[in-house]
Design a protein. Structure first.
Length: 554
């Protein structure tokens, strides 16, 4: 998948009416089409708003495919303000199959690419078109799910929680759809209720577990590879799971048959487990606790039962959805209907840990040169962030995945920031998939690894927002020194912090009437580390000292 264009003909947070962005219109440099899009600018410039509007657009389109006519009517009323256009390129196999079912002939070769065009007009109508060669075909609503991306993945370092709102709301819609499949029949139904998800702390736990359980270097199976080397993690040591069948009102609930079958698989993989079952009014009240010592045998059991890391992650994800049972129907409705500017992280209730339907506990790793196992929660913020982001990239091993990553390098040290784009590129190359990555960043290391046609500079002055590529601004970002980029992109000419800068300015602007004043200033300046500004300060002091000596001789 490659996103080509979006436009909103209505105001959206900090973005003005008519705001639009076009991507990869001309490939000036080798690799342009495969590399991430990087959005940069000062705080409040609008770059994160661009990711937010994309997440809202895909949320709106996803709901069209999974909800009832009544919900759609309410949805269209709440989104009456939103008039948009959205174009992206996807691989063709899905919608070719869909179109063959409605007896349409597509004049497109097997390897030819197509553009999907979405538009929502002021009259409320939403249309979907497939553009191949010189022809455009309309796509009926019942087939829209075939032309959406396989996955839309959102992430924020924590500074911008509004980007998570559409993903959090979707969890509640997915939950409603999934529990409809609750049945006593012993059959497995694969419900596709996870096209969009947000990489929060809890989902990242699930990704970490699934990746490490399918990693076995002795068998040539490596998922985390270079990331594990950087973090010094040798292996997953232990973890445990707890599953309960009770809701917010302490009443017994039923799980969909797909999950009951999956729980049986988890029990087969466990080192030890307990399954306490009590029948109350013809319903089964159960508490299942599973413990895992992750040796080769346990990993082999997981591979036999779940086949792929993503299949296991998907089961964990669906089990986590069951935690919504612990939130009252009134709260669920408020969350789904919350205005778009509401911070849902503040609105969502936090059930007590012991009341959760599904809980992951006691994740522990073996780390190189560590005398004792290290708990997952003991890892640093940077280690968590690297595991989460790279683990998710590795997990989504399929075409047509869109990543919306808001400042993913916030907790990285400079070395990891300098490596991030390369890690993304190598991951895609290794998996041989076509995906798209949109990144907002304040890091000159990230910008320096992006081609100028893929770097979008956001600037807001006197309330007016302008966006242009670094290429249009004639700034070649690729391989450019981080000091130059700091000055050109972020208007930061100093090479030091503000507190140190105040000290330098005071010394630079002080009145020096005798050599003793200069000697005193030199002593005060010894506290400063090396910088261009310190060099300029000492040059000025030396010149003043020479002038004073000449005057004294005269």
């Amino acid at each position: 998948m490659k996103l080509r264009h979006f436009k909103i003909n209505s105001k959206f947070r900090g973005l003005p009416v008519g705001f639009s962005m076009k991507f990869r219109q001309n490939n000036y440099y080798p690799g342009d089409n495969e590399e991430p899009i990087c959005m940069v600018g000062l705080n409040g410039s609008g770059k994160s708003n661009s990711l937010e509007v994309l997440s809202e657009l895909f949320y709106f389109l996803e709901l069209q495919t999974i909800t009832t006519a009544k919900v759609l009517e309410e949805l269209n009323e709440r989104y009456a303000f939103l008039d948009f256009e959205l174009h992206y390129e996807i691989s063709s196999f899905k919608w070719k199959y869909a179109y063959s079912r409605i007896n349409k002939t597509l004049e497109i070769g097997p390897d030819e690419r197509v553009i999907i065009q979405w538009a929502k007009k002021k009259d409320g109508e939403t249309i979907a078109l497939i553009k191949g060669q010189d022809k455009v075909y309309p796509m009926p609503l019942e087939f829209w799910h075939e032309i959406l991306p396989n996955k839309v993945i959102g992430y924020s370092s924590g500074q911008n929680e509004l980007i998570s709102n559409p993903f959090l709301k979707l969890d509640y819609h997915y939950f409603d759809e999934f529990v409809k499949s609750t049945s006593n029949k012993n059959e497995e139904v694969n419900t596709g209720v996870n096209r969009m998800f947000f990489m929060d702390y809890e989902s990242n736990e699930l990704i970490v577990l699934a990746n490490f359980l399918f990693e076995e270097p002795s068998l040539g199976k490596t998922i985390n590879g270079d990331v594990n080397t950087k973090l010094g993690i040798e292996n997953l040591h232990i973890f445990s799971l707890k599953i309960q069948y009770r809701n917010y009102d302490n009443k017994v609930i039923e799980y969909p048959s797909e999950l009951n079958l999956a729980i049986d698989k988890l029990k087969r993989c466990a080192t030890a487990y307990t399954d306490n079952e009590i029948t109350i009014k013809n319903k089964r009240d159960r508490i299942i606790e599973l413990s895992y010592f992750t040796d080769i045998a346990v990993k082999k059991a997981f591979r036999n039962q779940f086949k792929t890391a993503y299949e296991l992650f998907r089961i964990f994800y669906l089990l986590r959805l069951m935690n919504i049972h612990c939130i009252s129907p009134t709260s669920r409705r408020k969350i789904k209907e919350a205005p778009r500017n509401t911070n849902l992280s503040d609105l969502i209730p936090r059930p007590e840990m012991d009341r959760l339907a599904f809980k992951v506990m006691d994740i522990c790793f073996i780390k190189r040169n560590a005398t004792e196992p290290v708990w997952y929660k003991q890892l640093s913020d940077g280690e968590h962030q690297l595991l989460h982001i790279m683990g998710t990239l590795k997990m989504m091993n399929e075409n047509d995945v869109l990543f919306l990553l808001d400042e993913p390098e916030t907790h990285f040290n400079p070395e990891w920031r300098a490596k991030m784009i390369h890690l993304i590129m190598e991951t895609n190359k290794e998996m041989e998939v076509e995906q798209d990555h949109f990144i907002t960043s304040h890091s000159p290391f990230i910008i320096s690894d992006c081609k100028p046609t893929n770097v979008y500079l956001f600037h807001r002055k006197n309330g007016k927002l302008t966006v242009q590529t670094a290429h249009d601004k004639r700034l070649n970002t690729f391989g450019t020194s981080v000091n130059i980029l700091t000055e050109e992109v972020f208007n930061k000419t100093e090479s030091h912090g503000e507190y140190a800068g105040i000290t330098i300015d005071k010394l630079m602007n002080r009145k020096y009437k005798k050599t003793e004043d200069i000697l005193k200033a030199k002593n005060e300046a010894k506290i400063l580390g090396d910088s261009v500004e310190k060099t300029l300060l000492f040059r000025k002091l030396i010149m003043l000292e020479e002038e004073l000596k000449k005057k004294n001789k005269a």
